[in-house]
Design a protein around this ligand. Structure first.
Ligand code: GDP
Ligand code: MG
Length: 441
């Protein structure tokens, strides 16, 4: 999406504020991209409305293209939609033993997620956790949780044949209390689809356990179905949050957006694989990046906004367009790059440029070189900076010595300056300046 948006705007390259037409063109792309990312139609529509209002008339920072600016607005709005005020961070597990009820369809990843969270609470927060399987329909399911428990070093409630889920829940509470556990987790039976009987069973468990957290586990790859599942479970059981599993798969993250927008329930964790460590707290910015399908363009735009003195940059561009590019200008550019995290920092943030940054690194274009080049320029007199053509052998020796470097390094710098000045002159004529600057920054 980000590439498409940049494309749309690079063709327009208007200055100043974003016009309504610009925005409308871009929003068509945004809408299509959201639908492709599996966002539901009404959510995509509302989203585009919100972004249109924010983007129309927004000032374009000179150092980025309008396309990049719109991407940032879209990205910010994605984060806005994906998170809410007062979203709970960690799990609420005060007042031991705190019950956590895990619900969801069969195969969504409930048992796996139960164990992953138990491991997390044990290892990161030093909690004593007891896990209990309430899946009386499939004996193998109870075994599965017991095996995972052994594997991660978390206790499971001993299996007693013939009990109902409610009886197991009561026994879990009892053992958690007697055993001094901080948390007990109830892994309920799955169902293939929303089913009244099983729903009633979960309701009965909820009523005896009175859970502090009721987490719905849904398969992130199922898109809109996941949202319907969430609406149903929330309506009947009441949930405190959602865990999206299989986010390591090739789903495009749109389900998260619809989920949040439609159910209003916070996404608490994302599952990223079958291993017991493959779980993370939900980070809206990561999903936003994924929906936009980009490198870290947004971070680049933010950095550029932070570090650019727009006025100074404009003045500089005017000089470049006239073919003026002296050592002071070069110094300004080098310092700008340093502020933005050096060569690798700048390149790494542009999609597809990470490799190039590594190559440059190998070729000796590391951050050290930026510092050395600035040192060389600092060692020049005012006159020399304004007109590097005056640099003869004796002056070169003095400058290099002043910076504590070899004359050969100074020669490299001078060569680079000549090449850049040439390039600036050519581009100044072609009106390609803005684009090139955006690419450079
Ligand atoms: P349950 O029926 O809801 O208890 O589902 P399970 O926990 O038994 O999980 C079903 C399958 O999905 C298992 O093979 C898990 O390893 C797998 N699974 C669970 N979470 C994830 C995840 O985040 N990513 C991937 N790739 N697989 C997962
Ligand atoms: Mg299970």
């Amino acid at each position: 999406l980000s590439e498409r948006l940049s494309g749309v705007f690079d063709r327009l390259t208007k200055q100043g504020a974003l016009s309504e037409d610009d925005v409308r063109t871009a929003m068509r792309e945004v809408r299509v991209a959201l639908l492709e990312a599996d966002v539901s139609l009404p959510v995509a529509r509302d989203f585009v409305k919100a972004v249109t209002a924010k983007a129309t008339g927004a000032a374009v920072t000179k150092s980025v293209t309008p396309g990049q600016q719109v991407i940032k607005i879209v990205h910010d709005e994605l984060i806005n939609t994906l998170s809410g005020e007062g979203d709970p961070g960690e799990l609420k597990i005060d007042n031991p033993p705190a019950p956590i009820l895990m619900v969801g369809l069969q195969g969504s990843g409930k048992t796996t997620t139960t164990a992953k969270l138990a491991k997390r609470l044990t290892e990161r927060e030093g909690k004593r956790v007891l896990m209990a399987s309430l899946d009386v329909n499939r004996p193998a399911a109870m075994e599965q949780l017991a095996i995972l428990g052994t594997q991660i070093g978390v206790q499971t409630l001993p299996i007693v044949k013939g009990e109902t889920p409610v009886q197991i829940a009561k026994r879990a509470k009892q053992q958690a209390t007697l055993g001094g556990f901080d948390v007990y987790m109830l892994d309920t039976a799955g169902r293939l689809s929303i089913d009244e009987q099983l729903m009633a069973e979960v309701e009965a468990v909820r009523d005896v356990a009175n859970p502090r957290e009721t987490l719905l586990v849904v398969d992130g790859l199922t898109g809109q179905d996941a949202v319907h599942t969430a609406e149903n479970f929330d309506g009947q059981i009441g949930i405190t949050g959602v865990v999206l599993t299989r986010m390591d798969g090739d789903g495009r993250g749109g389900a998260a957006l619809s989920m949040r927008a439609i159910t209003g329930k916070p996404i608490r964790f994302v599952g990223l694989g079958e291993k017991m460590d493959a779980i993370e707290t939900f980070e809206p910015s990561r999903i936003a990046d994924r929906i936009l399908g980009m490198g870290d363009i947004v971070a680049l735009v933010e950095k550029a906004q932070e570090t650019m003195e727009i006025e100074a940059q404009e003045r500089m561009m005017k000089r470049f367009q006239k073919g003026l590019f002296n050592m002071n200008d070069l110094k300004g550019q080098l310092e700008q790059m340093q502020k933005m995290g050096g060569m690798e920092g700048v390149m790494g943030m542009m999609p597809g440029m990470g490799k190039m940054a590594k190559q440059m690194d190998k070729a000796g274009m590391d951050d050290g070189i930026l510092k050395r080049q600035v040192a060389l320029i600092n060692s020049m007199t005012k006159k020399e900076r304004a007109n590097p053509a005056v640099l003869q052998a004796s002056r070169k020796k003095r400058i290099a010595a002043g910076a504590g470097l070899e004359v050969s390094e100074l020669n490299k710098l001078l060569k680079m300056h000549r090449q850049m000045a040439d390039m600036m002159k050519k581009m100044g004529k072609g009106g390609m300046m803005k684009k090139a600057m955006a690419a450079m920054m």
